[in-house]
Each structure stands twice: as C-alpha cells, then as structure tokens.
Design a protein. Structure first.
Lengths: 293, 247
C-alpha cells in the first residue's frame, strides 16, 4: 500500500527566503497527523506543495502514489486552504451540489450536511456566512468526494471556541472512519486533542516527530528562571535541554524541573527571583531544536 | 462541464448591474436616441437610416458591455479564493477558462436580441429577415474580441481595478468608438483614434452587414484584436496561474 503522503527532500523558496528546507515526511494511510509550528515555520508551504499548488525548488511529493495534481484530479484528496473561498452570487447548496457532482463516489448529501453541521445554511448566500460557517462549508466541499486523504491548513483559524470543538469532534469521527487527516496548526492543544502523531516543523524542517503523548511530554517541559551571572555548567544539569535568557536572567528549558532544581540547590545557596513555569510553544521549540534564540 | 456552465451563468444573471447595464440601458438608449434625433428626420427614409444605425450602435454597446462584464468577473473569483478552491477540486483550470469564455459569449446574446427586438418593434426598423440573421450572427461572432479582452483583464487585474474596468471600459469603448455619437462628426484626430479601437470596427461590422457591403476589413480588424487579446490572456495566465492568491 502506498503512503497517503510521501514528501522527500522538499525545498520551497520565495525569492531569497527558504520556507521549507530539505523536508522529509511520510504519512501512512489512516494516520491523523498534526503539523505543529509557529507562523512562518513552513507548514503552509509544505501543505501547498503537497497539494501541488506550486512547483517546489527541489524534492518530490507523492500523494496516494501519484503526483499531487493527479491525486487531486482523481478525487483522492480533500483540502481546506488558508486562502480558499466561496463564489459570490451563489447559495451554499448550489456550490455543494456543483462540487459533489464532480466526484464518482460523492459523500451522500444528507449525511455530509449533518456531519459538517451546515443543514441550516444551504439556502444562504455565500457572502452572508460568518467566518466559522464559511469554514464548515469549506470542510463540506473538502469532504464531498469522500476523499481518503484530508489536508487542512489551519482550519479553525476563523472559528470561535464552540466552533472549534464541534470541528475537531467531526475530525475525530472522520479519523475513526479511516480517513487520513493531515492538518497544520499552531495550537498545541489542537494537535494534542486530535492527532495521533505530531510533526513539529520549525525553520522549514521537521524538528520532532512522534506520538502526541511523546511530543507533549517533550514540549510540556518546564522553564526554570532565576538571576545568575555565571552560566558555567548549567547546560549539563539533569533534565536541561536548552539554556536561554538574557543578561543575568537565566532561562533553563527542562524536561524534569524537580531534578534540575535539586541539582541547582546542591551547588548554590540561593536562587534569586526563582520562577518555574510551563513552557510556551516557543520555548518548546527551543527544547526541540536544542538551540538558544 | 455543463453543471459548471449553468452554475456560472446563474451567478452572472443574479447580478442586477449586469442586466441593467447590458440589456436594459442599451434598449432604453435605442428608444431614446431614435425618438429624440430620429424624430427630427425630414423623411421616412432618413428616419429609417437613423433608427437602423442607432440600433446597430446600441447592439454593439450592449454586446461589448456584456462580453466584458461577464468575463472580467474572473478577477472577483480570484479575490474571493474560489479559483484557488477549484484548484483542489477535480476541476481543470482549462475548464474554468473555457466555461468563463462560453459564459461571456452566451451572455452577449440577450443584449443583442433585446436591442434588435426594440429596434424592430418599438422603432420600426425594417430589414429583410436574412439581414436580421446576418446582423445578429456577425455581432455575436464579433463579440469574441471583447470576450478575449475581458478574459485578459479578468486574469490580470485585481478585484477593485477589475470592478472599475467593467464600467469605465464599456463607456470609453462606446464613446470613443463612435457608438453614441457617429465618428463622422468627430474632430479628425479623435476620428483617427476611434479607428484604433475594436469598438469602432465592431460597429463597422454591423453597419456593413446591414448595408450588404463588404465586411472584410472589420472582420479582419476584429479577428486581429481577438487574437491579440487572447494571446495576451494566455501569456498572463502562464505567468500568474488561476489559483495564485490575489495581491
């Protein structure tokens, strides 16, 4: 069985900027994968290259064993894009019927409408939809052909909290039905709630790849901050994965705050201005990339 | 293909601006110009000449407006993200372009037919049946030049510029091409400029078909414009694909 998505050596450049740098990623059928990263990490470029929206500077992309465009044409891929949209002067139901008509094996309309929660919107003009409603209609379009692979680029960005919850409930249901779901997000919580595999992207590369729990344990690390002019030996303390901070203010990223503190206190009498906090996603990236800012 | 064509036709026909500017306005102008100026005609023959020429001009005005209005809208579909969305559906880009071109050609017909009907039944323009058919056929075929121009602008312009271009271009092409005021009474410089416009040759095509005189020159000129605009549209489309994000 070919992979749902097979990316090798992908490099994407815009002018002088390298958005994706020699990225490798294989996603197997049936997986639910989150591409997690900050804005500008290269998630969208990876997703757009996977859909064949542009020709990459280097590397190959295979979708369900075909070239991206061929896979899209064959109805194998459903996608929600960041810059996708709905036509003016048309009603939701008309657009949905038009799209469903393009597939040999469309998702039964009544069920599609219920699954995506757009039953009340079919007679609505596309211009009159709220951001969240629009995203749900776009999801219905992505699902119209019952595609084995779903690719979603920050699908919940225009949704409120309730909308997000409903959306991800739908995604879990789809994953349960055997669809391969790949989505880009910058919310750790979203990745954690839905994905069974999380791929962390930073600087156009994959910096971590593992089960949601494994990634979470790594990036759910802690930050220990205190004032200290001398940084000698700090990087070798137990649990410490990165040493950051500016000036006298030291910031240690650690996977085991307790062990780190214990070791610190054996060699020092006091730790002025001590703070221990949960790591933010940015700090988590530091941990994962093993670098300092 | 048929479903997409019907879908696109329905969208354009929902726009009241389209119906107003390309069907209603040319029809009203036909009546207005003929009643005001034709009413001063010295003889029945002179009235016929005037009514016929103004009808042909208004058919051209409506036809080119419809051709441009229906196709420049492509730019709106880029701005809304619909073209990008179509790219991730099993719809080929060629099909999108082919359908919009067909929509442009088809939507020229209501303008031509309505103005012709007004000319015949309100202004009493008398032509042999074969001339009516030839006139409609020639002006329909000739509208291809404006469909090509509209596709070019729809591909090249951003939403706001495209919206403005629909109105401004129809007016400029109509006024300078001699569709509102005959080129014969233009100052000579302006008359020369008029001959550089496709709208002038479009009206010339209509007038020569009605007069039964040779239409080779207007046909050649319009074919040249159509080829030029189509080639430019292909070049723009190659540089800037349909699914490229606006801006």
């Amino acid at each position: 069985m070919t992979a749902a998505l097979d990316i090798r050596g992908l490099t994407v450049r815009y002018g002088g900027t390298t958005a994706v740098n020699d990225l490798d990623l294989t996603i197997h059928r049936g997986e639910t994968v989150a591409l997690l990263g900050t804005n500008g990490a290269g998630k969208s470029s990876t997703v757009n290259a996977a859909l064949g929206l542009f020709r990459p500077a280097a590397g190959t992309v295979e979708v369900l064993g075909r070239a991206p465009l061929a896979a899209v044409r064959a109805g194998g891929v459903g996608a929600m894009l960041q810059h996708g949209g709905l036509p003016s002067e048309s009603r939701v139901g008309e657009v949905l019927r038009l799209v469903a008509g393009r597939y040999d094996d469309p998702w039964p309309m009544a069920d599609l409408v219920t699954t995506t929660g757009i039953a009340g919107l079919l007679d609505r003009r596309c211009e009159q939809l709220s951001g969240g409603q629009r995203q749900r209609v776009l999801l219905a379009l992505a699902l119209a052909g019952t595609p084995p692979l779903l690719v979603l680029d920050e699908p919940t960005s225009a949704m409120d909290v309730e909308g997000r919850q409903a959306f991800w409930a739908t995604m879990r249901e789809l994953a349960g039905r055997g669809h391969t779901v790949v989505f880009a997000t910058h919310h750790l919580a979203e990745a954690d709630a839905v994905a069974d595999r999380v791929v962390v992207v930073d600087g156009g590369r994959v910096v971590a790849d593992g089960s949601s729990a494994a990634i979470k344990s790594r990036i759910a690390g802690r930050t220990v901050r205190f004032a200290c002019p001398d940084r000698t030996g700090l990087a070798d303390l137990p649990g410490v994965t990165a040493v950051g901070g500016t000036g006298d203010r030291v910031e240690l990223a650690t996977t085991d705050a307790e062990a780190t503190l214990r070791a610190l206190l054996t060699t020092r009498d006091r730790l002025p201005d001590l703070e221990v906090a949960g790591a933010s996603l940015e700090q988590a990236f530091l941990t994962l990339t093993g670098g300092t800012p | 293909m048929t479903a997409l064509l019907t879908f696109q036709l329905r969208r354009v026909l929902r726009s009241w601006q389209y119906l107003f500017f390309t069907v209603l306005l040319p029809a009203l102008f036909t009546v207005f110009f003929t009643q005001v100026f034709g009413g001063q005609a010295a003889s029945a023959g002179e009235y016929q000449d005037y009514a016929r020429d103004s009808m042909v001009s208004m058919m051209c005005y409506g036809g080119l407006g419809a051709a441009l209005g229906a196709t420049i809208r492509l730019s709106f579909d880029r701005a809304s993200g619909w073209l990008r969305q179509l790219r991730v559906l099993p719809v080929a880009g060629r099909e999108v372009v082919a359908v919009d071109t067909a929509v442009g050609m088809l939507l020229v017909l209501p303008s031509l037919v309505v103005v012709a009907l007004v000319g015949r039944f309100v202004n009493d323009v008398q032509l042999p049946l074969t001339s009516w058919a030839a006139l409609l056929g020639a002006l329909w075929a000739g509208s291809a030049a404006f469909v090509a121009l509209g596709m070019l602008l729809g591909l090249a312009l951003e939403e706001k510029a495209a919206g403005a271009a629909i109105g401004i271009l129809s007016v400029v092409l109509a006024a300078l091409g001699g569709l509102w005021v005959p080129v014969e009474i233009f100052p000579s410089g302006l008359a020369t400029a008029a001959r550089a416009l496709p709208s002038y040759w479009y009206a010339e095509l209509g007038r020569s078909v009605v007069a039964g005189s040779g239409a080779a020159l207007p046909v050649l000129a319009l074919a040249g414009f159509a080829a030029l605009f189509a080639a430019a549209a292909v070049a723009v489309g190659a540089r800037r694909p349909l699914h490229a994000v606006a801006g």
